[in-house]
Write a protein that binds this ligand. Structure first.
Ligand code: ASP
Length: 322
């Protein structure tokens, strides 16, 4: 009888853990100065519509048993293909009016990572970052070398004009006309995604055009593993957005992981702690994170961050302002 009970109990546990495999996904579309009063409801809706489509794609990949890397790649592609965000089409422009894209991805099971930096012709940088991780012996490729790698692996190449949109061109011209400090303006729109899949693995990815009016081949934090992106199954997966120079100096994403590993902070506590360090240093931005239990964090010190999450138990949120 005891044996029978035990068997039934085991069966139930196995059945339910398989019937309801847990997954979760969190995204950001950049942090920055966002004034509720200055963003019309129509514009807010344009943004939230794309964020919702991205969540929907990520959700369906995970629900059908796709890996966290599949979910991140597919989700970020939606955001890269939207002209609204500073990644892929609609990326901010360099001093010379070009798009130069950075992206990275990392998985938390084996600490494998891939990144590309300063590319001008790769349609979906996140895909090629993943290919660097899975199909090369390197972690980061840059510029023309990264483009050559993308071509050889069969990824879509486009003319730089594909990325350039009228609004970005206008804000570059405006910025240059006013000769403002480049780094304080128009910096939101980087995209990122962190996911927990039904196999219990987590990963993070980030894609960006960098900072408006950047020069001299400037590379930000987004393709730098440990700065803009980091993932470790033992701690969490993180994707950052904000003033990249500060994120590189703080080793931002890796430092959050260290806070969890060495100080046993929760994912939210660790992200809050790191954002405080950013504030003390004078930097602005935000971060999203997920851990292997599906806990989600979305922290920032700006007035807004495009963001959202979705979980296997039906929880969902999309938000813009603080
Ligand atoms: N972190 C990005 C960079 O510095 C920009 C951003 O997130 O808005 O390149």
């Amino acid at each position: 009888m005891k044996k029978l009970l035990l068997l039934t109990w085991l069966f139930l546990i196995t059945f339910f853990s398989h019937a309801q495999p847990k997954y979760a996904l969190v995204i950001h579309g950049g942090a920055g100065v966002m004034d509720r009063a200055k963003m019309s409801p129509a514009v807010q809706k344009e943004y939230t519509d794309v964020l919702n489509s991205a969540l929907k794609v990520g959700d369906s990949v995970l629900r059908s048993g796709g890996t966290c890397l599949d979910a991140i790649e597919k989700t970020i592609m939606i955001l890269e293909n939207s002209p609204l965000f500073n990644a892929g089409k609609g990326a901010v422009l360099t001093n010379e009016g070009m798009a130069e894209l950075d992206a990275s991805i990392m998985e938390g099971a084996g600490l494998k990572a891939g990144a590309i930096a300063g590319v001008r012709d790769v349609k979906n940088p996140i895909r090629v970052a993943r290919a660097v991780m899975e199909k090369s012996e390197h972690v980061m490729l840059s510029g023309t070398g990264a483009s050559q790698f993308a071509k050889e692996k069969g990824y879509e190449i486009v003319d730089n004009s594909y990325f350039v949109t009228e609004p970005r061109l206008k804000s570059l011209q405006e910025l240059q006309r006013k000769e403002r400090e480049t780094t304080q303006n128009d910096k939101h729109g980087t995209v990122g995604c962190c996911a927990l899949d039904t196999y219990g693995n987590i990963a993070a990815g980030t894609s960006t055009g960098g900072m408006m009016n950047k020069r001299y081949g400037r590379i930000g934090d987004s393709p730098v593993i440990g700065a803009g992106t980091y993932a470790n199954n033992a701690t969490g997966a993180f994707s950052c957005t904000g003033h990249g120079e500060y994120y590189i100096r703080l080793g931002f994403a890796r430092d959050i992981s260290a806070l969890i590993e060495y100080k046993s902070l929760t994912i939210s506590q660790a992200c809050q702690e790191e954002v405080k360090k950013l504030t003390r240093l004078g930097g602005t931005g935000g971060v999203i994170g997920i851990d292997k239990n599906g806990n989600i964090a979305m922290e920032f010190n700006t007035s807004g961050m495009f963001r959202g999450y979705i979980t296997s138990d039906g929880k969902k949120e999309v938000a813009i302002f603080k």
